[in-house]
Design a protein around this ligand. Sequence first.
Ligand code: HEC
Length: 152
Amino acid sequence: MKAVKKILIALAVLFIAIQFIPSGIPENNSEDKNSIAHSNLMAGPVLEQMRKSCFDCHSNQVQFPWYSKMAPSSWLLANHIREGKSHLNFSEWEAYSNREKIGLLEDIKDEVGSGKMPLKSYLLIHRDAKWNAEEISALVKWAEEAAAKIME
Ligand code: HEC
């Protein structure tokens, strides 16, 4: 019994200690003038859905619940955000070239259409981030129209 107690105390101490290691979750940037939200491409319902289910890993406006800010899950998350933003950052949308935007719209369509995005681990804690069939077809339509608009 004594050993179990010691192990539990050691685990608790370890858990508290790791909270002091910086997670690397990036600071939110309130300056968001290059955001896709301000571009002429963004339609209401699709934007709302993307805000809910993509912006936490693909923008400078990240909103995670408190329990995801706790180590060690926060490390995983910080990694997702870093990785996600390096592929696609909706907050820096206007800084992409037209060719990049068109490529990204194609990727967005593929990723959401095939159910690869949002990441499964994210859906576990964000049930409302899941897209239903209707929302997916709205997104596909939006992405096609947006690409056509860019090519004009
Ligand atoms: C929990 C974090 C997270 C969420 C939420 C998320 N993504 Fe991602 N996304 C990533 C990571 C990590 C990568 C890079 C690794 C990969 O492709 O799996 C990525 C990659 C991508 C890529 C690039 C794929 C490629 O082939 O280069 C696209 C496009 C994308 N995500 C779109 C989206 C869209 C659209 C949403 C919302 C519906 C979304 N993601 C939600 C983490 C996330």
